[in-house]
Write a protein that binds this ligand. Structure first.
Ligand code: NAD
Length: 318
């Protein structure tokens, strides 16, 4: 069940703005097939954990066959590592792997009960994709986004031409997984204005079935996790560009002084510098507050194609 706060918020909104839901699956057990769109570092992790922990078959969609191949090869590597460390048996690894189906055709999502979108953090890309998901997915399916910062209300709004008809937008919700998905327990759940209480409950239940610990945040730029984390990372990059400290000093003092597993510059590399920049841009544009201005160095590194670990070069070389 959703927390008292979340349920009260959803119920209040539903009373004010009566939403029409096409009865989304009400609990995790009704999710018989999951769709994941985007097979990058987040999408692949979500698909693998859903197959392993929730035991559901997953249709993994990406426009790039190379991303699908790379993602599935990474899944094989993660499963082999789990077997070699005796965390799971070979049979369990084979079972999880057999649940992953990959495709470049979004039409294959016509039989899913729940879909999680994990494409790059570009507003128009997500809006167009949700308009397409509304067409392709069954009328009961929950349409979840893994966005780091973009308004859930806007994403839900993109599913319909008629804002008074909330039959699809009431099924849109955010399940914001953390990186790396197999390791991080927390998932931030966010409702848009249109999201129904049933959708919220099912999203929470499904994330719990994946072994995650859920928290509920309001639909505000960056929600909670990135409203707090990204200005910290951005400030570390500004400290680097204004010579307050060099790379190693910045990471060392935060790692050794605040007991975090890695410093902010290394963490930015792991998240992806393009993703960090996109989130800062959303925070800056949506709030109009200059305190969220993205670092000039961050933008330049993205222009150079230095995106961090995924491109082999960022603040560190990989
Ligand atoms: P990524 O760049 O690793 O992967 C994105 C994938 O989406 C790529 O494989 C790309 O080919 C695919 N793609 C692009 N357009 C597509 C389309 N129209 N249809 C299908 N596939 C498409 O990105 P990521 O780091 O996995 O981030 C994905 C989302 O998750 C973003 O919204 C990001 O903000 C969010 N997120 C990222 C992190 C992180 O630490 N990287 C953490 C939490 C949330």
């Amino acid at each position: 069940m959703a927390s008292v706060f979340a349920r009260r918020q959803a119920l209040q909104l539903r009373t004010q703005f009566r939403t029409f839901s096409s009865s989304p699956a009400r609990n995790a057990a009704e999710v018989k097939r999951l769709g994941v769109v985007g097979a990058g570092q987040m999408g692949l992790g979500i698909a693998l954990v859903a197959a392993q922990k929730a035991g559901v078959p997953v249709t993994l969609v990406d426009t790039s066959q190379a991303s699908l191949d790379k993602g599935l090869a990474f899944a094989d590597k993660l499963l082999a590592k789990d077997v070699s460390k005796s965390r799971i048996t070979q049979e369990q690894a084979d079972d999880a792997r057999s649940k992953l189906t990959s495709t470049t055709s979004i039409e294959r999502l016509s039989d899913v009960d729940f879909v999680i979108e994990a494409v790059p953090e570009i507003p128009k890309l997500k809006f167009d994709l949700f308009a397409k998901l509304a067409e392709v997915c069954p009328k009961h399916a929950i349409l979840a986004t893994n966005t780091s910062s973009i308004s859930i209300t806007k994403i839900a709004g993109a599913t319909t031409q008629n804002p008074r008809d909330t039959s699809t937008s009431s099924r849109v919700v955010s399940t914001h997984f953390m990186n790396p998905v197999p390791v991080q327990k927390g998932v931030e759940i966010i409702s848009g204005l249109q999201t129904s209480a049933e959708t919220l409950d099912t999203a929470i239940a499904f994330c719990k079935a994946m072994g995650k610990v859920t928290s509920v945040s309001a639909d505000s730029p960056g929600f909670l996790a990135n409203r707090i984390l990204m200005p910290y990372i951005n400030e570390a990059i500004i400290c680097l560009e204004t010579n307050v400290g060099d790379r190693d000093s910045i990471d060392a003092i935060m790692k050794n002084g605040t007991n975090v597993p890695m410093g902010p510059l290394q963490l930015a590399d792991f998240i992806g510098l393009d993703t960090c920049l996109a989130i800062m841009r959303v925070l800056h544009q949506e709030t109009g507050d200059s305190k969220y201005r993205p670092s000039v160095l961050l933008a330049k590194m993205v222009d150079a194609g230095w995106l961090g670990k995924k491109s082999g070069k960022g603040f560190y070389n990989y």
